[in-house]
Design a protein around this ligand. Structure first.
Ligand code: GAL
Length: 307
């Protein structure tokens, strides 16, 4: 049984290390990717067919991952000059059917502070293989911290917090998903949103974000739009004042279910005590949301996958 806020174990009984990540459905499997801060790891991958039993597959990004330059110029390497670890947060993996590559975008920092504020790109030819790093850079020179990737009918977007987290930027990605091609939206100026998570539901786009309070949870907010590049609504609250003691990681669409997935973080010192929170989202009157009138519920009860 997997229960919110409790340690979740893989099929060998080890805690799952996949924070700030995403779940990608590919062929018959769900692949769960996320932060793994142990030893020389950065991103780990698990897979499941029922979202309940998770088999550890691979440490897909580590301090020794190979570097391969792309057509864009980006600084490579997954350790600092003095050999210390960098920091890789909120990894997101998407599949590109045109290139048949799995492309990873994440937030890159130097491991000491948050001044690098860069995006990092990596790719692989299998969902759980060793990823090749393509370097980190600032999209069009903009600071880029908490991030996500969203694919809409094969067009991919990279979304990240810019200008010291004051703004959320949406960048269109190139056909191979490896670079940004255009800044298509700049949202909620000076509202300082983090932890973006996007999904599409009944023809509308939704974005969840948190406020900025580090590892401490705060009031989650959402917005809705009829086009990613169009106008987004103002921000509205969802969940409670601490988003049920969690911060958004991603949203999983599973049949008719829309499942919010968040991290219940330990503090910096107790990061390894962080756990996961899965909660169903109930969305009503989507059209009215555009006028900021509708209510949107997040079920309060614990969402538990049961054997
Ligand atoms: C949060 C952010 C996390 C991590 C943390 C560090 O606001 O969403 O990904 O960066 O701050 O304090």
């Amino acid at each position: 049984m997997m229960q919110n806020g409790q340690p979740w174990l893989d099929t060998t009984g080890q805690p799952i290390h996949a924070h700030g990540g995403c779940i990608l459905k590919y062929q018959d499997w769900y692949y769960w990717y996320g932060e793994d801060r142990r030893a020389n790891y950065y991103v780990s991958c698990y897979r499941s067919q029922d979202l309940m039993h998770w088999e550890f597959r691979n440490h897909i990004l580590t301090t020794t991952s190979p570097f391969q330059a792309q057509r864009f110029k980006a600084e490579g390497g997954l350790v600092n000059a003095d050999g210390t670890k960098v920091n890789i947060e909120r990894p997101k993996v998407v599949y590109n059917p045109k290139t048949q590559q799995f492309v990873l975008w994440a937030h890159y920092e130097n491991g000491q502070d948050y001044t690098a504020a860069a995006a990092i790109v990596a790719s692989a030819t299998t969902p759980d293989g060793d990823f090749t790093e393509h370097g980190h850079f600032r999209p069009f020179g903009f600071m880029s911290r908490d991030c996500t990737v969203f694919v809409d009918a094969e067009q991919a977007y990279f979304i990240s917090a810019a200008r010291d987290n004051a703004d959320i930027h949406i960048y269109q990605l190139s056909g191979d998903y490896l670079n940004v091609t255009r800044l298509v939206n700049r949202l909620w100026s000076n509202e300082f949103r983090e932890a973006p998570a996007l999904f599409k539901h009944k023809g509308l786009y939704y974005m969840l974000t948190s406020g900025t309070s580090g590892w401490r949870p705060n009031q989650g907010k959402y917005a809705v739009a009829s086009a990613i590049e169009g106008n987004w609504s103002d921000l509205q609250d969802f969940g409670d004042a601490t988003t049920f003691a969690s911060q958004p990681a991603f949203v999983l669409k599973n049949g008719n279910q829309v499942i919010y997935v968040g991290d219940r973080w330990g503090s910096a010192e107790h990061y390894q005590d962080s756990s996961y929170v899965f909660l169903p989202l109930e969305i009503t009157s989507q059209r009215a949301l555009l006028k900021n009138k509708a209510r949107w519920f997040m079920a309060k009860q614990q969402f538990v996958f049961k054997d």
